[in-house]
Design a binder for this molecule. Structure first.
Ligand SMILES: Nc1ncnc2c1ncn2[C@@H]1O[C@H](COP(=O)(O)OP(=O)(O)OP(=O)(O)O)[C@@H](O)[C@H]1O
Length: 503
């Protein structure tokens, strides 16, 4: 039995009247990967923010190696060797890898920065982690996956012995995830302990040694991973509430030979994406599969007029459309659920209600001298909160205070209210819990069943295969294949199609 490194006992935390953590215990052993699991809003991030000194606890205690440890702010956590690897990466994009690793604690020779020594030491840390990257490379030239590993290298170079990884694979490709897992296993060997927050159950079963499950701020179970399986985890998470968990593919009835709802002809975005043509039928769910940088997001952003179309023609429902501004795109019948919900999808300082209503303000204006119909708004938003199971104490709560998954549900529901003809979703279920994931998939299907079209981008192939009728593979701005879903037998086939499409 390896020794317990950190313990959190009887942790209680409330925000106003809402008790978010109710007497929670958490114990992390040396050299283990401990999964922290629970539905959206269960209290996972709050518990970790207490551990990393972002929030202070109301009641309870934290012990490290059996000694009570006061963690009142992030500096205390850092001194205790605890580091959080952020989902939204905190590296300075214009600086080099080495400069980032030593940011704020530069090595000096006299009064000058010792660039050579920093590069040398950074190289050692990178080599130790098996990262094949030159320390003098500017961070903005790295992939998201590599940037995340640099964050880990940075923490390790500062002698962190506890790492908190919050949805670390949310924007990683399959091969980047494999690389991250390799590093996690190496760190374990070195005795580093890790808390792993994720909604991706297959990853948890693969990488974790132990698991703690929270539900509505309460500790439900904490056990070794070998005593768990998918069914049990889901049972503990949802508390026996029946909810459809499996997203199996169902062959949908739509006219594959029928009319095009959307047609792109020779779309040009930039030097990389020069000639993209495809169509979406009425009632069809089309997937765009490709590695990071293949152009998936750029195509969606161009259709939504966030990016300027440099050439080509777009037809929607028999009409040529040439949108210059996202509002024109909304009016034409496009909706986009963006990849980065915090920056692009929401106004974080505003309430759930105001965010939900933003794209449909015209619909809730009444009277000759236009006034906002508060009753109508409240009805719409309360209905969506219920329909999507959005955990919030009130529709007037600042949306930035909601858990990540619940924020995403607001983004999706608000766009559905615009009655779009084409719904474009970029990684729609990143950070969304398993219950809500199947709800979202159900909603996407229902939307398409009404004769609308969907374009889905997801790095989770399981999800793509569960939802799409047809999948287009992209590589480096080019379409490399169009595969009907029914022709794909195994997930690996899609993985290969995406990886090999560049060759
Ligand atoms: N600063 C805050 N003020 C008010 N409420 C908060 C604050 N931080 C978190 N909460 C609330 O606490 C609850 C738990 O949130 P938390 O972020 O810990 O959940 P989570 O388990 O990490 O969820 P997710 O999987 O969606 O990220 C949520 O209902 C959230 O709205």
């Amino acid at each position: 039995m390896s020794q317990v490194l950190l313990e959190m006992n009887n942790i209680k935390k409330s925000f106003g009247a809402a008790a978010v953590l109710k007497d929670v215990h958490f114990a992390l052993k040396k050299g283990e990967v401990h999964a922290l699991v629970g539905g959206n809003g269960a209290g996972k991030s709050t518990l970790m923010k207490i551990m990393t000194g972002v929030y202070t606890l109301d009641e309870g205690e934290i012990l490290i190696e059996g000694q009570v440890q006061q963690i009142d702010d992030p500096m205390d956590a850092k001194k205790a060797g605890i580091a959080m690897i952020f989902q939204e990466l905190s590296l300075v994009q214009t600086m080099t890898v080495a400069e980032n690793i030593f940011l704020g604690e530069e090595l000096k020779k006299g009064i000058f920065r010792d660039v050579e020594a920093m590069n040398r030491r950074a190289r050692e840390v990178l080599e130790e982690l098996g990262l094949d990257v030159d320390p003098t490379t500017p961070v903005n030239q790295l992939s998201v996956g590599m940037s995340q590993m640099i964050e880990i290298a940075k923490a390790i170079s500062k002698n962190a012995r506890i790492l908190v990884l919050d949805e670390p694979t949310a924007s990683l490709s399959t091969s980047e995830t494999a690389h991250l897992f390799k590093i996690i296993r190496e760190l374990k060997e070195k005795g580093v302990s890790m808390v792993y927050i994720s909604h991706r159950m297959n990853e948890i079963l693969d990488i974790a040694d132990a698991i703690t499950i929270l539900r509505d701020g309460e500790l439900i179970v904490s056990d070794a991973i070998e005593n768990m399986d998918l069914e049990k985890i889901i049972f503990y998470m949802v508390g026996g509430k029946s909810s459809q968990k499996k997203f199996e593919w169902v062959e949908r009835a739509y006219d594959a030979e029928g009319e095009d709802l959307l047609r792109l002809e020779h779309l040009k975005v930039d030097e990389k994406i020069k000639d993209i043509s495809f169509s979406v039928k009425k009632g069809e769910i089309l997937g765009l599969a490709g590695l990071m940088g293949s152009g998936r997001t750029e195509i969606l952003e161009t259709l939504f007029a966030i990016r300027t179309k440099k050439g080509g023609t777009v037809w929607l429902d028999g009409r040529k459309v040439d949108c210059r501004h996202p509002w024109e795109a909304v009016q034409a019948g496009f909706a986009l659920v963006p990849e980065d919900r915090r920056k692009q999808g929401l106004v974080l300082e505003h309430s759930v209600r105001d965010n939900a209503i933003l794209p449909i303000v015209q619909q809730v204006v009444k009277g000759k001298t236009p006034t906002i119909d508060d009753k109508a708004i409240n009805e719409i938003v309360n209905r969506d909160v219920e329909k999507f199971n959005i955990v919030t104490s009130s529709i007037n709560k600042r949306i930035g205070l909601l858990s990540g998954g619940n924020q995403q549900k607001v983004v999706i529901s608000k766009w559905l209210n615009t009655n779009p003809k084409i719904m474009m979703l970029d990684e729609p279920t990143a950070g969304v819990d398993i219950g809500a994931k199947s709800e979202i998939i159900h909603i996407i299907r229902k939307f398409a069943d009404q004769g609308n079209g969907v374009i889905l981008v997801s790095s989770e192939f399981t999800e793509m295969l569960a939802v799409c009728d047809r999948i287009i593979t992209l590589f480096d701005g080019r379409i490399t294949g169009v595969i009907p879903r029914k022709d794909i037998k195994e997930e690996e086939e899609l993985e290969h199609a995406v990886q090999e499409s560049g060759e």
